[in-house]
Design a protein around this ligand. Structure first.
Ligand code: GRF
Length: 188
């Protein structure tokens, strides 16, 4: 199962996903795409021998043009599944519909709580004693699709948003590969 992974930054989730796709795993990474030319994850992908592409949203007049190029770039690699992994662009419904049912995202909160940004700060400010991460199917509504898996972590009284982010990120690295494997194994 040909898998494309979309990133915007360090790509630590992409690395864990790519590392998990070995042996009898039904999927293989065929392309890593970043909307940011300076994303550290591009170097990591290249070190892993995975093809990379850059579709820089700043090169396009509007979101439609960006998503058209992104779609063409993806089609060229002919993926069966797309994983958003630290991808920080909101995708229009018109783009999502082309891949719906085959596109997953990881979001650093226990959805449906804290859709959008600054999830750790919001959990701390709300006085939550628990936080976590969600892997879900991507649908046109932001951070809203069917949930495939979640992992919970404690929020400590001493936590800064960065402390919590680091704890959640470790949970992401375990959750995404596990949920992704279950997802591709049920694809037929
Ligand atoms: C992290 O904040 C993570 O919670 C979210 O995207 C950000 C970067 O992740 N999923 P990565 O290291 O680029 O995978």
């Amino acid at each position: 199962i040909r898998t494309a992974i979309l990133i915007s930054g360090g790509g630590s989730n992409m690395v864990r996903l790519a590392e998990s796709m070995t042996g009898d795993h039904p999927a293989r990474p065929v392309l890593v795409v970043s909307n940011r030319p300076d994303a550290g994850g591009l170097l990591k992908a290249r070190d892993m021998g995975i093809d990379t592409a850059i579709v820089d949203h700043k090169d396009f007049a509007d979101r439609e043009a960006f998503e058209t190029k992104l779609h063409e770039t993806l089609l060229a690699a002919n993926p069966d599944v797309i994983c958003l992994a630290g991808f920080m662009r909101v995708l229009n419904g018109s783009f999502v519909q082309k891949w719906q049912g085959r596109m997953l995202n990881i979001h650093p909160s226990l959805l449906p709580k804290y859709k959008g940004l600054h999830t750790h700060q919001r959990a701390i400010e709300a006085g939550d004693t628990e936080a976590g991460v969600t892997v879900h199917m991507v649908t046109p509504a932001l951070d809203d699709g069917p949930i495939l898996g979640q992992a919970r972590v404690p929020v400590l009284a001493s936590d800064t948003p960065d402390d919590l982010a680091a704890r959640v990120l470790k949970a992401e690295h375990a959750l995404y590969p596990a949920v992704f494997r279950r997802f591709v194994e049920q694809l037929n």
